[in-house]
Design a protein around this ligand. Sequence first.
Ligand code: 5RP
Length: 226
Amino acid sequence: MNVKQLAAEKAVEYVEDGMKIGLGTGSTAYWAIRKLGERVQQGLKITAVATSRASEEQARELGIPLVAFGDVDHLDLTIDGADELDGRLQLIKGGGGALLREKIVAMGSTRMIVVADESKAVETLGKFPLPVEIVPFAWEWTVAELAKQGCKPELRRSGDELYKTDNGNYIADCRFEAIASARELAMSLHGIPGVVEHGLFIGIADLAIIGKKDGSIEIVEGESNL
Ligand code: 5RP
């Protein structure tokens, strides 16, 4: 049983003819895009905006009609994965490095469904190092400022090179262990010059679809829906 596939395919059931869809990034979003591709081949009419080059390539290969974010006035639904989610549907995202585009696309959507396997569900966010996208200029200073927030930041690498996002920036993975207030931390991070965006998604996800090893699915409503 592939639990990521289970959750992702359930989310695709929420997609209807005529919708404008945000396509997430990562190994769970992959299954959602694959299923969407199948439905498009069966006649579903949608347009989509991708959150990364990888998702764009996958969607193009499957024949999903793609448009640029600037060419749509809004998106109806974004389906994306997460690295961690808590009971209030606060998320850590960016393990795949696409957090900036993912946040823009999710916030530009009427609804966001997060798809995950049960290992991603946590009581307190922070075991997963929080990805923070930073500009290359003076990155050493920005990383030192991040450390003052009470974390151990580590610049992400890709082999021998520093990892670069689709936007040409770096990622600092910030190990907090436990984030007491995601909302307060989010505000502090935005106060640091050099920080482009962080992977805390607060009040953005409307629904979580969580696949479980026993083959069941748990559906959790976000606070905005309660
Ligand atoms: C990419 C992301 C992904 O959604 C997140 O890393 C989860 O990935 P996966 O589904 O592969 O576990 O935020 O930037």
